[in-house]
Each structure stands twice: as C-alpha cells, then as structure tokens.
Design a protein around this ligand. Structure first.
Ligand code: MRU
Length: 377
C-alpha cells in the first residue's frame, strides 16, 4: 500500500529533523519538507502539508519536541505550554492534535532537566507514530471480515442465480483516510488494503472531495500505487450509485467522534450517510482510539467545525499543459464562497465503528465495552 518504509512523517536521524511529505503537491509532485521550528509545525498543519486526524496528532506530538529542541533547550515551562497551545490551536476539528500534543507535553514535564525533556518528548512522539501504525493495521484486521462477508454473499448469489452478476465488492470512501492521513495502512483504507492483499475482488468509488480534492489527489494516488481498482467520482454521485446497487459498503474515516458515536468527518460525509441509510447500504467509520473525544456527547452541538479560506473553493489547483502546478479561478471574481471543512454524521446513521480493538455499533455502551477505561471520565 505504500513503498516500504515510506511514511508521511518521520524523524530523520542524519539531519536530526522531522520530515514530512508536502501533501499539497501530490499527486503531481513528491516534495519533502523539514520542520525545524514551532512555526514550521503550525504552518505545515494549517496549510495542510500534513492532514488527516492521526497524522495531525503525530505532527503535534513532534511539535512538542521541536519546541523543546529548537529553543536551545532553555525553554521555560510557561513558554513551552503556550507554544503547545499555539500548536493545538492550528486546526480545531481533529481531536488527535490536542491528544498528541498533551500526551507528549505531559511526559516531558515529568523531567526537570531540559535535555531529558527533549529526549523523552522525541521518544514519546516516535512511540505515538508506531502505535498509530499498529492501530491502523489492526483496523485492517477487524474490518476485513466485513468486506469478506459481502464478497462471499455476492459470490454465492452469482453461483445460485441465472443472472451471473459480479462478486466484486464495491466500496465507497470519502476524502483521504489512507496511509497519507495516518502513518501506515490508513483507517478507512486499512480494511480495503487487507482485503485486496488477501485476494478479495474489490473496487473503490473515490469521492473527489472538494474543495481540496483529497479523494481524487491522494486516495486515488494511494490506491493506484497499490494496484487497487478504483474510480474517481464527483462528491454528488454516491447517492445515485447507491440507488442502483453499485455500492456494497461505505467506509470513511473521522476527525473526531464523540463517546456517544457522533462522527465529524470531511464535509459531505453526512450526505453520504443519509444516502446510505436510504438505500440500506452499510455505513462504517474506521478510527483509532485517539480520534474519540471522550469528553463530548453531542457531536452536532459540541464539535468545532473548521471554516477555511474561501479561496480554497474559488480556486482549483492542478497540473497545467506545461506540467506546472497551477491554480484557476472558478466562480465570478466577486461571488462569495463559504468553506465549512467538516460536518457531523449523527450516530443513528452509522452502522458501526472499526477500531483497533474490534468492531462495535454506534452507541455509547458498545463503544465503552471496547474502551472501558474511559467509562468514568
Ligand atoms: O481536512 P483534512 O484533509 O485533514 O480532513 C481529513 C479527513 O476528513 C479524513 O477523512 C479524516 O481525518 C480521517 S483520517 C484517517
């Protein structure tokens, strides 16, 4: 699913810097950026060199180390905390950012010597990266049987009926919840890669995901590299495909999910869930535990929804005929645009969650059965 060893973030031992893939340039250019200062970290998150909830969390985690290391190891507690707050404020919706920063900060603050703090912060950030990769592998393991069951059923139907339909499993996904958004495997894509690697015949409908086209730029790039059959569709096509039995299952990621099961994800996810519900198509959300917000119960009321620069809607970026990345204006110059980046899908529209501890339905009880340590928060 990705070139061996290639991750969207890593600590480069030679230069002793944190490096990231600049995802704004994909799929047309492969550019690596170095994060040396807290402002670099904030810029990379805000401008979306790095994006996707688990990756933002990992970047924030490295950001704490960078705050410690880039200040000649002399940073005082108050300043360290305010630098961490600046990192946490760089994007509001994905809860992983706060989770990653706080986890590393809490470890660092246990040590009094500056050198120990930086060293432990780096170790903790690297630990988060490894854990998130393993969580996504497990999401693949737990999600695989869902795809396999659909495949077996379709195969049986083909064998028993006169009308020889196809046993190919059609999966619809929105945005990019692949390894670029996580560390390895992805969340929504982990069951897809696992099923594909185990020989299940499958095909992925890739929502282009306007305005920044994370689907057509990033998910399509990932799937293509791995050899997975896929088709890019407009964001509005899913409902039509579902009405015509062309989607067997929807799997998406999430940026923040409440303990009760309300799901914030890239704008447009809610409409896919409504269409899936109307057409009896199972709608699954894949996430590591770092994406649950254990403090929230009402997603629509309480999850902060990022509003981004309207120019992301007004201008579309792509490769021009001369092979240069170019931006073109779409609406009339003077028309206003509004860029709500996420929406919330209420739990009643979610068939289930695929987590590193297994699959459960979208209710507080079921979620807490998998994660009992958060029951009393
Ligand atoms: O604005 P983005 O690209 O950071 O949004 C990402 C998404 O909405 C993903 O679907 C979500 O983070 C899940 S990632 C595993």
């Amino acid at each position: 699913m990705q070139k061996k060893g290639l991750r969207p973030i890593w600590f480069d031992l030679e230069s002793k810097t944190v490096k990231v893939i600049d995802q704004r340039m994909l799929p047309h250019k492969f550019v690596v950026a170095e994060l040396k200062t807290v402002d670099d970290v904030i810029g990379a998150i805000k401008e979306m060199f790095v994006r996707g909830a688990p990756l933002i969390g990992a970047t924030g985690a490295f950001g704490v180390y960078i705050a410690l290391a880039s200040d000649g190891n002399t940073i005082v507690d108050e300043h360290l905390k305010s630098e961490c707050q600046r990192i946490k404020d760089s994007r509001p919706t994905a809860v992983n950012l706060k989770w990653g920063v706080d986890r590393v900060l809490n470890v660092a603050l246990k040590f009094s010597k500056y050198e120990d703090r930086a060293d432990r912060a780096l170790k903790e950030a690297c630990k988060i990266v490894e854990e998130e990769a393993e969580n996504c592998r497990l999401i693949g393991e737990y999600g695989y049987p869902l795809i396999e069951a659909i495949y077996r059923k379709k195969l049986e139907n083909c064998q028993n009926s006169q009308d020889k339909g196809s046993s190919r499993v059609n999966i619809l996904t929105h945005c990019n919840a692949g390894w670029l958004a996580t560390i390895e495997y992805g969340t929504a894509t982990a069951p897809i890669y696992t099923a594909f690697d185990r020989g299940i015949d499958l095909h992925v409908w890739v929502d282009e995901t306007r305005p920044l086209n994370q689907g057509s730029r990033l998910t399509a790039w990932e799937l293509l590299k791995h050899g997975v059959a896929h088709t890019v569709i407009t964001d509005n096509a899913g409902g039509h495909l579902m009405q015509h039995n062309m989607v067997d299952i929807v799997i998406v990621g999430t940026d923040r999910t409440t303990r009760t099961g309300d799901v914030a994800n890239k704008i447009g996810t809610y409409l896919k869930a409504l269409a899936a519900n109307d057409n009896n198509v199972p709608f699954y959300v894949a996430l590591p535990s770092s994406t649950f917000d254990w403090s929230l119960t009402d997603g629509i009321k309480d999850i902060p929804i990022e509003e981004r620069d309207p120019d992301e809607i007004r201008y579309v970026q792509g490769l021009d005929k001369d092979g240069k990345i170019a931006s073109v204006l779409i609406p009339p110059e003077k028309s206003l645009a509004a860029n709500h980046a996420f929406d919330v899908t209420p739990r009643r529209l979610v068939t289930g969650f695929i987590t590193e501890r297994g699959v459960c339905n979208a209710s507080e009880d079921a979620i807490l059965k998998l994660f009992p340590e958060y029951a009393l928060l």
